[in-house]
Design a binder for this molecule. Sequence first.
Ligand SMILES: *Cc1c(COP(=O)(O)O)cnc(C)c1O
Length: 486
Amino acid sequence: MSEGTIFTKSRCGRKGIDLPALDVPPVDPAAVFGAGSLRSAPAGLPEVSEAQAVRHFVNLSSKNYHVDKGMYPLGSCTMKYNPKMNEDLARLPGFTGLHPLAPEELCGGALQLMDELGRFLCEITGFEGISLQPAAGAHGELTGLLLIRNWHLERGDTARVEILMPDSAHGTNPASCTLAGFRTVNVKSNSRGEVDIDDLRAKAGPATAGLMLTNPNTLGIFESGIEEITRIVHDAGGLCYMDGANMNAMLGIARPGDMGFDVCHLNLHKTFSAPHGGGGPGSGPVACRDFLARYLPDPVVTRTGDGGPAMTRPERSFGRLLAFHGHFGVLVRAWAYIRTLGAAGLREASETALLNANYLKARLRDTYDVPYDDGPCMHEFVISGERQARAGVKTLDIAKRLLDYGFHAPTVYFPMIVHESMMIEPTETESLESLDAFVEAMLSIAREIDEKPHLVTDAPVNTPVLRLDEVRAVKELEIVEKWENS
Ligand SMILES: *Cc1c(COP(=O)(O)O)cnc(C)c1O
């Protein structure tokens, strides 16, 4: 069905709004902006009625898949439902109207919120210092690594140029490492999918600046030897960084600070209520031990002598990381999420996320290969489509077929240490009924592969656009034409 674009719906003279007559003296735009910057012809904006505009965008929005529409089991991304109340709070005019250059004495409420959120996150992670400035997880990684770098440099230890990193690391980890001026040294995983401790011991040494580790790791497995791992790195003179993007697995259960880590980032837009995907604003606060807090980005929100929160510059700060003060709206949502759930509620969210993931894994185990399955998983798990690939149907086909069944696909082909991998994270959001519906879809697809594989290799057939050329879809983004042809 061709719906056209908002431009093809345009009819000359049709209007959706009535603007009041001008009640201020008219200005001459040419005098204000310069004649050269004025248009010579109208902008060609669509002329439609209000109803047409509203219908057009509502129809477009419902073509998109999102977590308000259905289950979104995208492993590593923690696509959970975000309470709408937190959206309302982030939109309070007192917050949205606050100018980023407003003087500190007029920002008491915002500073108090940042101070409280910082202290909640320190309590959750087991650390003492925090910066809310990083704009995303990867930005937090860079921040944390710069803390480690500056700590070594201040002590005159210039030979420490290596960061140890398991081969299952998230893709942003080695990239951040390079940006921070370090070299990545890969540490192998063992047959259980955990860090190979002997390999770690062999690679830790005088060149080790630190370790960067995701825990639970990207296989959804908690590193059972975590205290030994951090001890080995400390004994070699390095510091330990935890990629805490997967904190949704551990809220109120385990803390990076107690495991021997020195610094970690959190993804507020995964664990602490902010819609994400599609490049919306994120937030990747970095929490650290006392001795690293003096290097944090400028400014941090701290309590001053008279008890009120204020912005201060840490003693050896490496400067600003971002203009202004981080993505404040995301901080409001996180604060609201933590305050509404409370300590017990946060723990319950993680426990439910763990239960949901283990339930799915148990129900899929007979039909799909589960390569690292020595015990319970954490909030996510990785299955392999190798058995199905032998029948000629790839994991990509399964992912596309899931769209026909009304589910967003899991993360596919990551982590790379598993062939034909599918990384599934249901989060705490899903009810037993929706988990069961997802399982039924996965089992039904497996049956199709045995009986009528073309149903899977031709998928999707029920979506607004059919299978796209993955490479061309990125390089030649012709959204308008694709919509019109569908
Ligand atoms: C999402 C994620 C990141 C990166 O976070 P961004 O906000 O996308 O930069 C890093 N590590 C892990 C384990 C993640 O899941």
